[in-house]
Design a protein around this ligand. Structure first.
Ligand code: ATP
Length: 363
C-alpha cells in the first residue's frame, strides 16, 4: 500500500471484544486525515496504536516505508495531542513548549529561538510566562499543539483535541489548526466524533463503525456519495427510503417504493434489477413547493405530501413531510427569495427531488 503512514490489516481485541477489525488505511504525506466515528467505535485505540501506546494483535504499521510496528513509543517520530492536553501543570507555557528540545539536549539559544517561533505560530507570545493552570481551554490547547510540533514530528496525532472547548472557540481553533498545518507541513491524524469538525478540517476522512472503516474519501464525497447507510446517517441529516430496483440503465435506476410514486436515482456499480436497496436524498436537495410543478422534467421525482412540522432555524427552515407512509425531512435556506415562506403545518405540498441528487445505496 502506498502512503506515508500506512496501517495494514490492524486488528485489536480487549478480552473477547474486538475493537478493531482488520483496519487498513493509507495516509499521504502532509495531509490532514480524520478518523470519524461514534463513541466506542475504536478511533482512539487506532490512534494509540499509531503512537505506540497500544500493541495491535495483528497487522503492521509503516511510516515512510519503514515498519514501525515494534518500535517503542518514545522512538517513533510522532507526537500526540490529547483531549485533556496533558501539560505539565507546574511549568510555564514557555517551559512546556521547550520541554522536548530540552530533553533532546539542544543548545539554549536554539531552544529559545524555536520556542519563540512556536509561541508566535500559536499566538501565545503574551502568555509565555504564565502557569498553564491559569490558561483557558483554548490557550492550553494551543500550548499542547506547540509543545508537540516543536519536536518536528513527521506525524502529529490529535485525539479529540477540541472536545473540551465551546463551539465558538472550537471554530477558531479549527481554522488556526489549519494555518499551523500549512505552516509546518506535518501529516496530521485527527480523531473526532464530530462530523462538522472532520468535514471542515480534513483532506480526507475515514468513517469508522464498530471497529471497521466504512468509507475513506474526501469530505465532499463522504457527504455527497456516502457508500453505506451508516455513513449517510452519521454525516449530516438524510432521508433513507427502502425500495426495489425495476430498471437500471445510463447511470440511473428506477425504484419502486411502497406508498410513493416510482423514483429515479443515480445508480451504483453492481446493482441489478430486483435488488432491494435504499434511496438517499439529502434534505437540502429537495425543493418544497406549494403548487404542483407544471412541466415535469424526466429527471425530476415529484411527490406530494402534507407538512407535519416546520422549524424555523434562522438561516434555514426545516420541514417534516408526511409522504405516503414515509416521513421526509426537507431543508430550505431562508435567503432573499422566499416565495414559499408561508408553508405551514397541515398544508399540502409538492416535493421535487432531482434524480441526479438522489442516490442508490446497496445496504
Ligand atoms: P470515544 O470517542 O468515546 O473516545 P473511541 O471510538 O475512541 O471512543 P476507543 O477508546 O478506541 O473508542 O474504545 C473502543 C472500545 O474499546 C470501547 O468499548 C472501550 O471501552 C474499549 N477499550 C478501549 N481501551 C481499552 C482497554 N485498555 N481495556 C479494555 N477495553 C478498552
Amino acid at each position: 500500500m502506498d502512503g506515508f503512514l500506512v496501517l495494514e490489516s490492524i486488528s485489536k481485541s480487549f478480552g473477547n471484544r474486538k475493537v478493531l477489525d482488520n483496519v487498513s488505511v493509507s495516509i499521504r504525506f502532509g495531509e490532514i486525515f480524520s478518523i470519524l466515528g461514534p463513541s466506542g467505535c475504536g478511533k482512539t485505540t487506532l490512534l494509540r496504536i499509531c503512537a505506540g501506546l497500544e500493541e495491535p494483535d495483528s497487522g503492521r504499521i509503516y511510516l515512510n516505508g519503514q515498519d514501525i510496528t515494534d518500535l517503542p513509543a518514545n522512538k517513533r517520530p510522532v507526537n500526540t495531542v490529547f483531549q485533556n492536553y496533558a501539560l505539565f501543570p507546574h511549568m510555564t507555557v514557555r517551559q512546556n513548549i521547550a520541554y522536548g528540545l530540552k530533553i533532546a539536549g539542544r543548545d539554549k539559544n536554539e531552544i529559545d529561538e524555536e520556542v519563540n517561533r512556536f509561541l508566535k505560530l500559536t499566538q501565545m507570545e503574551n502568555f509565555s510566562g504564565s502557569k498553564v493552570t491559569k490558561l483557558s481551554g483554548g490557550q492550553k490547547q494551543r500550548t499542547a499543539i506547540a509543545r508537540a510540533l516543536i519536536n518536528k514530528p513527521n506525524v502529529l496525532l490529535l485525539d479529540e483535541p477540541l472536545a473540551a472547548l465551546d463551539l465558538k472557540l472550537r471554530q477558531n481553533m479549527l481554522s488556526e489548526l489549519q494555518k499551523i498545518h500549512n505552516e509546518v507541513g506535518s501529516t496530521f491524524l485527527y480523531v473526532t466524533h464530530d462530523q462538522g469538525e472532520a468535514m471542515s478540517v480534513s483532506d480526507r476522512i475515514a468513517v469508522m463503525n464498530s471497529g471497521k472503516i466504512e468509507q475513506c474519501a474526501a469530505p465532499v464525497d463522504v457527504y455527497e456519495r456516502p457508500s453505506t447507510s451508516f455513513v449517510a446517517s452519521f454525516i449530516g441529516d438524510t432521508n433513507l427510503v427502502e425500495g426495489m430496483v425495476v430498471s437500471n440503465s445510463n447511470n440511473f435506476c428506477q425504484l419502486v417504493i411502497t406508498a410513493l410514486p416510482a423514483m429515479r436515482a443515480m445508480s451504483l456499480d453492481g446493482v441489478s434489477i430486483g435488488d432491494r436497496v435504499r434511496l438517499l436524498i439529502r434534505p437540502e436537495n429537495i425543493l418544497i413547493l406549494k403548487d404542483k410543478p407544471e412541466s415535469l422534467d424526466s429527471i425530476d421525482n415529484i411527490i406530494s405530501g402534507t407538512v407535519k412540522e416546520t422549524t424555523y432555524m434562522g438561516q434555514q427552515t426545516k420541514y417534516l413531510i408526511n409522504a405516503g407512509d414515509h416521513l421526509l425531512s426537507v431543508v430550505r435556506h431562508n435567503g432573499a427569495v422566499s416565495d414559499d415562506s408561508n408553508i405551514r403545518a397541515g398544508d399540502t405540498v409538492w416535493l421535487q427531488c432531482r434524480a441526479d441528487k438522489s442516490y442508490v445505496l446497496a445496504d
